[in-house]
Design a protein around this ligand. Structure first.
Ligand SMILES: Nc1nc2c(ncn2[C@@H]2O[C@H](COP(=O)(O)OP(=O)(O)O)[C@@H](O)[C@H]2O)c(=O)[nH]1
Ligand SMILES: [Mg+2]
Length: 366
């Protein structure tokens, strides 16, 4: 367990609600990697562009806390530029170097830990390289200037350039590899369509912990691992209910709030599963707070639209019905009326197998 501090910069002074969700999300992500959260720092500041992201005074406060509380890692909710990360590393490291992470890097670390298949591994590796490269360039540049103040060309510079070249090369190789995998994947999807012979592909999407894998297992009799930890599922899986049933289900990666666009891009291959499906079950966990359900729903529908998905194929499915009362459900439905009037919706409990047959019948005729 690494002793850690969480750090969030809030740029909206009127935000009295959402930042709490953000910091809670960060906490969950960090805990899933065994970081021990010792304390949290939240600063409200309008300007994000600054030397350290947070203000200079806050940095000194942070420095003191790191020493007093024996902190090994500082995790930021906001994305840090390479310059900000370098400045923070320089300013905050005492005898021992502190680890500085932003949520983007933290998420990649979770991906890395959970990835079991080659495809996910390559996508993650590429995203990590792309993120590390600019920081490496900055660090190497500074170091090389310190090492060789007088000479123009020296061994330091040579090493620096050859490392940059190897970074470039690795990124290019992985990019090509992913392009090839995309082509192969499209072919595989087409083959599945041929086997289905007019049947449908139904992809289950939604936030992590919505119960996607639980529902997939229930539909297909699979035994994929489920858990309340983020990103247990990384690679997509296709499976039919049985040979006589003309629908194939797909379980895939979950969303998180405020997903960095680069993260979305780095999982292009998973997006292909969503883009090529005939039906999208958008699964929503009913045990979240009402505001959060609403926020997640709006955010995800937008996201789906952005990645080019026709929203006509979306079916909203509320899961974990067993965890709330009928009255609570009514309140949720009323609150979400503006969205619900646009999509067909169902409520189920994947765990207790409630209302599953109704859902299946609907999918069959859709
Ligand atoms: N109470 C309840 N828990 C559920 C239900 N469906 C899934 N879960 C639990 O929610 C957690 C996340 O499930 P999982 O299928 O891994 O979610 P995923 O991240 O969307 O794939 C697990 O602990 C499941 O046991 C449900 O209908 N009711
Ligand atoms: Mg899952």
């Amino acid at each position: 367990m690494k002793r850690s501090i969480l750090c969030l910069l809030k740029t909206d002074i009127h935000d009295h609600f959402f930042y709490k969700i953000q910091i809670r999300e960060l906490e969950k992500l960090a805990e899933s990697l065994n970081y021990e959260i010792i304390t949290k720092i939240i600063q409200t500041k309008l300007k994000k562009k600054s030397k350290f992201l947070i203000g200079k005074g806050k940095v000194q406060e942070l420095k003191k806390l790191i020493q007093e509380l024996n902190i090994e890692t500082v995790i930021f909710y906001n994305t840090l530029t390479s310059k900000q990360k370098l400045n923070l590393l320089t300013e905050l490291s005492g005898h021992q170097e502190v680890e500085i992470l932003d949520r983007y890097e933290l998420t990649l670390k979770i991906f890395e830990k959970n990835s079991t298949d080659k495809l996910s591994k390559i996508q993650i590796q590429l995203a990590q390289l792309r993120k590390q490269f600019p920081l490496y360039k900055l660090q190497a540049n500074i170091k090389f200037k310190q090492d060789l103040p007088a000479r123009k060309f020296g061994p330091g510079e040579f090493a620096f350039h050859s490392k940059i070249k190897s970074y470039d090369k690795k990124i290019a190789t992985l990019t090509t590899e992913i392009e090839q995998m995309k082509t192969k994947k499209l072919k595989r999807i087409q083959k599945r369509r041929e086997i289905l012979n007019g049947g449908k592909i139904c992809c289950i999407v939604g936030y992590y912990n919505a119960g996607k894998t639980t529902l997939f297992n229930l539909f297909t009799g699979s035994q994929k691992p489920t858990s309340d930890l983020p990103f247990t599922t990384l690679s997509s899986k296709y499976r039919r209910i049985n040979k006589n049933f003309n629908i194939m289900f797909v379980d895939t990666i979950g969303f998180v709030i405020d997903l960095d666009p680069r993260l979305i891009k780095s999982f292009e291959l998973n997006l292909m599963d969503m883009q090529n499906a005939d039906i999208l079950i958008y699964l929503i966990a009913l045990d979240d707070k009402l505001d959060l359900i609403n926020y997640k729903l709006e955010y995800s529908l937008n996201l789906l639209k952005e990645i080019g998905i026709n929203l006509n194929k979306v079916l909203l499915v509320f899961n974990k019905f067993d965890l709330i009362s009928k009255q609570e459900f009514e309140i949720i439905i009323q609150y979400l009326e503006p969205v619900l009037s646009k999509y067909p919706y169902f409520y189920i409990s994947a765990k207790n197998k409630e209302n599953i047959n109704d859902l299946l019948s609907f999918i069959k005729i859709k």
